[in-house]
Design a protein around this ligand. Sequence first.
Ligand code: FE2
Length: 312
Amino acid sequence: MSTPQATVPSGASRLGAPAAANATLQIRALSPVMAAEVIGQDLRQPLDDATRQRVHRAFLDYQVLVFRDQTLDKAQQIAFTQQFGQLEEHRARNRGGDDFPLLHVVNNLGADGRPSGEVKSTAWHTDKSFRPAPALATILHAVTLPPDGGDTCFANMYAAYDALPDADKAALAGVRVVHSWPMSREQGGRAMPADEIRANPPMSHALVRVHPETHRKCLYLGVHAAYLEDVPFDAGRARILALEAHATQPQFVYRHRWTPGDVLMWDNRCLLHRADTNFDAGQHPRVLHRTCLVGTPTEGQRIAREPVYAQA
Ligand SMILES: [Fe+2]
């Protein structure tokens, strides 16, 4: 991990072009396990090349970046996101039905616009791990926050892998984990229409994923991880749950306590995350704007083989 409190110039101009409005960028580590605050950048402004590269480097080093006191509207958040890759389209229907299908409004509001008491995405997961090209990054911007709580928690899958005994690491080499959107919905008690099941076939991934940019090994788990390929279903489930219990211990977790204007940008390839219900979701609205970047398939990613069930 890079040295905390490093200050680097980011506004160096190229070929006489004007320097960025914010001439310096500071990176300040927020915890020993991950996360850093990026200070000195108004995200409404396009990033110059040097700044974009510096932010990208910090993203790889710290996995979660926090930009404070931002005031992005939807178009500005989309423009910020696009500087780092290709935007993902969201399947979930946007509330409000406006012109921004590339931005998903995360909220706890009912059809009447009032707090419903329900908080989504409270189980550990990594975004879109059931897709042919799972998400690279997610960007979340706080719009309306409860008076306190409503935190988002992150677990570092590099650190969780690194901490495993060597024998466990050896045993996991070559193991394939199947991430399935229909099966994770089913576990949450929500049936899925047949056409949606067909459109989301189960995906086989390396359980120990190699990050495509850092080339570090990490665990690829979360609520969409349904079973282990070619392993009896129950034994595979037990293995997944045991690994997840290991990987989400406090020493691997960073808890983000939101403040108004925060923009978070995190790396889905090496983290799990979840929303915490530590606020009164029936009383207080919690609204965040979410954009995602499309990633690349994991090593050998393909449609998975069916689960194996033990003979009766
Ligand atoms: Fe998520």
